[in-house]
Design a protein around this ligand. Structure first.
Ligand SMILES: Nc1nc2c(c(=O)[nH]1)N[C@H]1C(S)=C(S)[C@@H](COP(=O)(O)OP(=O)(O)OC[C@H]3O[C@@H](n4cnc5c(=O)[nH]c(N)nc54)[C@H](O)[C@@H]3O)O[C@H]1N2
Ligand SMILES: Nc1nc2c(c(=O)[nH]1)N[C@H]1C(S)=C(S)[C@@H](COP(=O)(O)OP(=O)(O)OC[C@H]3O[C@@H](n4cnc5c(=O)[nH]c(N)nc54)[C@H](O)[C@@H]3O)O[C@H]1N2
Ligand SMILES: [Mo]
Length: 583
């Protein structure tokens, strides 16, 4: 479909004309960096790889992936600490861990597979500790810090474990620490020098509770820490994830079964930069340059800013499996290019095609769509990309059309250039799939020192000013990111309502807000600018004082474009400073 400014409607267009429109605009750019290609973790590896071929060939490295809003902090932390971009624990480890620490994940709604593993762990007697400001369904025993600084809790646990190591030899694996890590002595001094009073203030927990968590850690010998957005979408997300690794390292929870860091990812399907053997062009971005988008942007922060930026584009192109609201927010020219979904049959010249995807345990699997395509006009995503690429690069030496005939050919090229994808076509067809290499698991650390590096970040002061609340934005049960299936949030007991804010009852009383009363929410950004949402309903909830929570993507209007973590570049979606008043 192409946007028709005359009628303000989308109207049909042939694939040929659509590709030509894209090619014409891209070839006419003053600078290839005026275009940006934004992809999703929902794409198959093959399509993702073709984008990775196309964008650099067009002369730009503006190829972000949506996982930059989930786990950039975790990736950077693990890279700095362990020399790897991903977690080390796999499914087998989850099956044998004796203690599982789950931080900042709504497992019941967002991680069904993790939930199954937790239920199974619970049955075999493993200890499970949830660390979350909201008490949710998956958590029957939750440690409830306020959502300001989990790092303080982790450091408190490290301090308690240290204090215990005087009497309990199990609290520290000195041999592992000496052989495989650097920075332990400095870190120990840092823990000793941080007072319990400060740790309690920053974490919102009492010392006794922190010690209790530390005892669970000490009591068993195989520990996994898993975390998600409650840790990563904060200013200090990198430091916090590194603090998790610090805690794991002191007892050698690495390179052995049943232990290790395990960030919960959105079934990460993109092989990602760290694996690339060839070098894409150096990253440059032209300030204020128009961007071309390839997918939904209502998940991006600062909705009005993002929309204005999109509307200023000369062309927006969205490759989509279904319609979504952001198709209505587009450039002066706009295309919606519908592609086959993963469950649909993808028949190409050399037969039925399969695509591969990575699960959250670093295993890559192949799948074949079995459903009849929704329309005979649909192209597969690789075919769409090939069409776009050919139109923009008529003389390209890349055999775009040849790749589309048989995706094994794409995988053969991936095998040549992606680390750990050697012999991809054969290995991906093994019963368990292809395992992505994880050197840190073998205690090989690609860090500057060659050891696992224990971090020594200062503990920042993040307690909000009096009267101010910290708002975290999150998903409801019946939603997949920007797709809302219903307005219910089953495990938080909400029916038919999304324009709400969860608050502590005392915070509500102090502000004269009635139960289910209407409120106005005003966020203040770092630059002092304000953004607001009016007429939301206040819901009393089991959440610490000073904290509030509500749903994305609606609340993205409160999130200022400039408020991102300097450590991870992630928007601060779990830490928006707000004032909430009765409407
Ligand atoms: N059904 C469903 N599944 C999904 C998704 C979906 O939209 N729907 N999205 C997928 C994607 S892309 C991702 S990235 C993941 C996201 O999975 P989650 O990380 O579970 O996503 P959120 O809904 O943002 O929930 C954040 C959780 O962190 C907690 N939290 C908030 N602030 C803090 C804090 O400061 N400290 C701690 N310890 N906890 C905090 C919240 O209470 C909540 O439990 O889920 C994936 N799975
Ligand atoms: N305030 C706030 N904002 C957030 C977050 C938060 O916690 N709070 N979380 C952030 C996070 S972690 C994430 S991951 C983002 C998610 O933000 P997005 O990734 O933008 O959201 P999705 O709804 O997952 O978008 C997926 C889109 O891809 C389409 N699609 C599905 N399969 C395919 C395919 O095979 N090919 C193509 N081309 N399209 C396909 C779907 O129809 C849908 O429109 O949101 C971020 N935004
Ligand atoms: Mo995500």
């Amino acid at each position: 479909m192409v946007y028709d400014p005359g009628t303000d409607h989308y109207v049909p267009i042939t694939w040929k004309d659509a590709f030509e429109l894209f090619g014409r605009v891209v070839r006419g750019l003053d600078d290839p960096n005026q275009a940006s290609y934004y992809t999703s973790g929902r794409l198959g590896n093959e399509a993702t790889f073709l984008y990775q071929l196309m964008a650099p060939e067009l002369g730009t490295n503006n190829l972000p992936d949506c996982s930059n809003m989930c786990h950039k902090a975790s990736g950077r932390a693990l890279q700095a600490s362990l020399g790897t971009g991903r977690g080390t624990a796999d499914l087998k480890d989850w099956e044998t861990a004796a203690a599982l620490f789950i931080m900042g994940v709504n497992a019941a709604s967002n991680a069904p597979r993790m939930l199954t593993a937790l239920a199974e762990a619970y049955r075999r007697g493993a200890r499970i500790v949830h660390i979350n400001p909201l008490v949710e369904a998956a958590a029957n025993r939750t440690i409830v810090p306020h959502g300001f600084l989990d790092m303080a809790l982790l450091r408190g646990m490290a301090k308690a474990v240290l204090e215990q190591s005087g009497t309990d030899p199990k609290a520290l694996d000195r041999e592992f620490v000496d052989r495989h890590t650097t920075g332990f002595v400095e870190y120990r001094a840092l823990c000793e020098n941080t007072s319990w009073a400060e740790l309690e203030r920053q974490s919102g927990l009492r010392r006794a509770d922190i010690v209790k968590a530390a005892r669970v850690y000490c009591d068993v010998d195989r520990r996994i820490f898993s975390w998600c957005l409650g840790v990563s979408q904060h200013e200090h997300g990198v430091d916090t994830a590194r603090e998790i690794v610090n805690l794991l390292l002191r007892r050698g929870n690495l390179g052995r079964e049943g232990a290790g860091p395990s960030p919960r990812t959105r079934a990460q399907q993109c092989p990602g930069e760290p694996h690339l053997r060839h070098r894409p062009p150096a990253h440059r971005r032209v300030p204020g340059a128009p961007r071309r988008r390839l997918r939904d942007r209502s998940a991006a922060p600062d909705t009005p800013y993002t929309y204005a930026a999109l509307r200023s584009c000369e062309l927006t192109v969205q490759v989509s499996t279904k319609l979504n609201r952001s198709h209505l927010v587009h450039g002066r020219q706009a295309l919606i290019l519908p592609c086959l979904g993963r469950t649909e049959k993808d028949r190409q010249r050399r037969g039925l095609q399969s695509t591969s995807a990575e699960d959250s345990m670093s295993m890559v699997h192949l799948s074949v769509g079995m459903k009849r395509p929704a329309s005979r006009h649909l192209l597969s995503e690789p075919a769409v990309i090939a069409g776009l690429a050919r139109a923009a690069l008529p003389g390209s030496a890349t055999p775009w059309e040849w790749y589309v005939e048989d995706y094994d050919r794409i995988r053969n090229t991936m095998a040549q250039v992606l680390v750990s994808f050697e012999d991809f076509n054969r290995r991906v067809r093994l019963p368990l799939g292809l395992r992505i290499k994880q050197p840190a698991r073998e205690l090989v650390f690609h860090t500057p020192t060659g050891s696992a590096e224990i971090s020594t970040a200062p503990l920042p002061d993040v307690v909000p000013a009096a009267g101010s609340l910290v708002l975290g934005t999150m998903r409801s049960h019946d939603q997949w990111n920007t797709t809302i299936y219903s307005d219910d949030d089953r495990y938080r007991g909400v029916k038919n309502l999304r324009t709400l804010v969860f608050m502590n009852e005392d915070d509500m009383r102090e502000r004269g807000i009635a139960e289910f009363g209407r409120v106005d929410i005003t966020a203040t950004a770092r630059d002092g600018s304000t953004r607001s949402l009016d007429g939301y309903l206040a819901i009393p909830y089991d959440i610490p004082r000073g904290c509030a929570a509500g749903y994305m993507p609606e609340m993205n209007v409160l999130s200022a474009i400039g408020d991102y973590s300097t450590q991870s570049d992630q928007p601060l979606m779990k830490h928006i400073n707000v004032a909430i008043t009765a409407a």
